[in-house]
Design a protein around this ligand. Structure first.
Ligand code: PLP
Length: 365
């Protein structure tokens, strides 16, 4: 295998167990985007075994994959545009989220078609101005009331825009807005079974927002929601679950003054040995990463040299390296450069680094 992602399911399990000690609330494990690149079904099974009673996905097809794998805990898919196969969703007992009257209607029609009452979660926009009911709220409430015998109201929820900045006053603004909208809902006699507002950042830093369920994403994978604002995962006793390894394809000696890679962007300052690694941006390595990262091998750290190519990249192994073609190096995670270091080197966040690892990189458990 020329490259693979080693996924430590025990780390995911320990992360969930340790986070569940911080809250009384039910844990929903967020497994969207192929479980943040870690592998949807194996992670979902691990999460459920580790105490997560709920699973959450963005897309309907992700939730369907969970059901097809025989997973029976409650699953919510919260990002379903009009025109999805809602009848199938209902037959598979998948919870759906609504943030507009039109989608609400469409799902009710599907419910009548298959003779199943949809299990719905109302998403409220409390300040992020992304998903959730906003301007339609009064009409939405009236509609929800009129149709109340045609669906089960399972959840009432919203999402923080700035929970990764625990001291940011806007978090309180959103919490207050959430409470007031919930009150208006309850005043109509509608009463959700579950109230959920917190992502990982709020789960780790904002007990007032835990409500009856927290939606745990990045933290269960062992990564901090915001390294700059909250510190890295070790601050919360989290252990990253992903390690990426790849083979050296070729080792060669090159001279000081040689320019390496497309555009000749980097000129060697010394005679050294270069290692060509069989992994590139099509595998998910960020092309924008600078040479503050690279790979780890027996002899130590070898920084990137020049631009990352589509299928390969070049590292400086050092003039005395004993590394050979065919050896595995650690590209990120484990004893190598951390996912957080890669994110920083590429000017992005750890979320993007793990979710972009391509499907052609096999996940090994
Ligand atoms: C992705 C997502 C989460 C999880 O966020 P983390 O920051 O990874 O914990 C929670 N809720 C919703 C609606 C999401 O889309």
């Amino acid at each position: 295998m020329r490259a693979f992602a080693q996924i430590d399911l025990a780390a995911i399990s320990e992360n969930i167990v340790s986070i569940s000690k911080r809250t009384e609330s039910t844990i929903l494990a967020v497994v969207k985007a192929d479980a943040y690149g870690h592998g949807l079904v194996p992670v979902a099974i691990t999460a459920v075994e580790s105490g997560a009673n709920w699973l959450g996905t963005a897309l309907l097809e992700e939730a369907i994959t969970l059901r097809e794998a025989g997973i029976e805990v409650p699953v919510i898919a919260w990002l379903t545009p009009p025109g999805e196969d809602f009848e199938r969703a209902l037959r598979l007992n998948i919870d759906l989220s609504v943030s507009s009257i039109s989608l609400f209607k469409e799902i009710l029609v599907a419910g009548k078609q298959v003779g199943i009452k949809p299990r719905l979660h109302f998403e409220i926009d409390t300040g992020m101005r992304r998903g959730g009911v906003l301007n339609e709220w009064s009409e939405f409430l009236a509609f929800a009331q009129e149709e109340k015998s045609n669906y089960s109201l399972i959840g009432f929820w919203s999402h923080f825009a700035r929970a990764d900045e625990p001291l940011q006053p806007f978090n309180k603004v959103q919490e207050d807005e959430f409470a007031s909208k919930l009150e208006e809902l309850m005043a109509t006699g509608l009463s959700p079974e579950i109230i959920h507002l917190s992502n990982s950042a709020a789960t780790l830093s904002r007990a007032s927002a835990h409500q009856s369920m927290v939606r745990l994403g990045i933290a269960m994978y062992g990564l901090s929601p915001d390294v700059d604002q909250m510190g890295d995962g070790t601050k919360f006793d989290l252990r990253p679950a992903m390690t990426i390894r790849a083979k050296i394809h070729l080792v060669k000696a090159a001279k000081a003054g040689d320019a390496v890679g497309y555009g000749g962007t980097e000129v060697l300052k010394r005679d050294t040995k270069l290692g060509v690694i069989v992994m590139g941006y099509s595998d998910g390595l960020p092309r924008t990463a600078n040479n503050s990262v690279g790979v780890f091998f027996d002899g130590g750290f070898a920084p990137l040299v020049g631009r990352i190519s589509m299928d390969q990249c070049v590292v400086d192994l050092g003039p005395d390296s004993q590394a050979e073609a065919g050896d595995y190096v650690t590209v990120m995670g484990g004893e190598g450069y951390s996912i957080d270091q890669w994110a920083k080197a590429a000017g992005t966040i750890n979320y993007e680094i793990v979710t972009r690892i391509a499907a052609r990189v096999p996940r090994i458990y």
